[in-house]
Design a protein around this ligand. Structure first.
Ligand SMILES: C[S@@+](CC[C@H](N)C(=O)[O-])C[C@H]1O[C@@H](n2cnc3c(N)ncnc32)[C@H](O)[C@@H]1O
Length: 211
């Protein structure tokens, strides 16, 4: 475990090799969502090192976060990183598949910087931990789509903010959601050397259930 300093956010994080090291997609999500004045509950899925929720917690002292990760060491390390950055009272880390165990809970926002790359010949030989961090299914977006289906089926009243990559997804695919009556829009884009990232909001907040 090595401790890293992220001066732009004034935080320090312990990160080991089996934990996603914050990258362009992480910073894109933090900078694009840039939410202040959050008072409610937030769920972050796949917290990795915990960086996104830790930065948001510091900017929003009244907000409370449940942060999940499929990898036990990530969930454990998020707890450590919350203590290092003094936000342990705001963030509750859990080892969980997406938010499967939170079926009747409607947070204000759900964030997920998901594994979004497709499984192909090259990536199928990645080590197991890298596969969990990076690969979202044969097409790349299956993990995210299964979360969206979970939110829809369980009438979870929340806004999901997530990331897609042009390596695995096309903006035309938003039409499929619109046809199903799901509100979805691209709110930001970032061009990188070999891909374009899209920040997309799926708005289930006015679905027919009480929070
Ligand atoms: C691209 S990384 C993002 C990590 C961190 N949020 C960030 O932006 O730096 C994806 C994260 O999702 C986690 N993950 C993958 N599949 C998951 C699942 N089904 N449920 C919860 N977490 C998952 C991985 O372990 C990894 O930490």
């Amino acid at each position: 475990m090595v401790r890293y300093n992220f001066p732009e956010y004034e935080i320090e994080l312990e990160i080991s090799e089996d934990i996603y090291f914050p990258a362009e997609d992480t910073f894109f999500l933090i900078e694009s969502i840039n939410l202040t004045n959050l008072h409610h509950s937030i769920v972050e899925i796949g917290g990795g090192s915990g960086i996104i929720s830790i930065v948001l917690a510091q900017r929003n002292p009244k907000a409370r976060f449940i942060v999940t990760d499929l990898v036990f060491n990530s969930a454990k390390t998020i707890g450590t990183n919350c203590r290092i950055n003094k936000v342990e009272g705001q963030i509750y880390p859990i080892c969980m598949d997406k938010m499967q165990g939170l079926r009747f809970f409607s947070p204000e926002y759900i964030f997920w910087n998901p594994p979004y790359l497709p499984i192909d010949k090259e990536s199928s030989s990645f080590p197991h931990t890298e596969k969990i961090m990076l690969l979202g299914g044969k097409k790349g977006y299956e993990e995210t789509y299964s979360l969206i289906e979970h939110l829809r089926c369980n009438k979870i009243k929340a806004k999901l903010i997530t990331v897609f990559s042009s390596l695995a997804w096309d903006v035309k695919m938003l039409k499929i959601f619109h046809k199903k009556g799901i509100k979805a829009e691209i709110v930001d884009e970032k061009k990188l050397f070999f891909e374009k990232l899209y920040l997309v909001i799926f708005d289930f907040s006015d679905s027919n259930v009480d929070r």
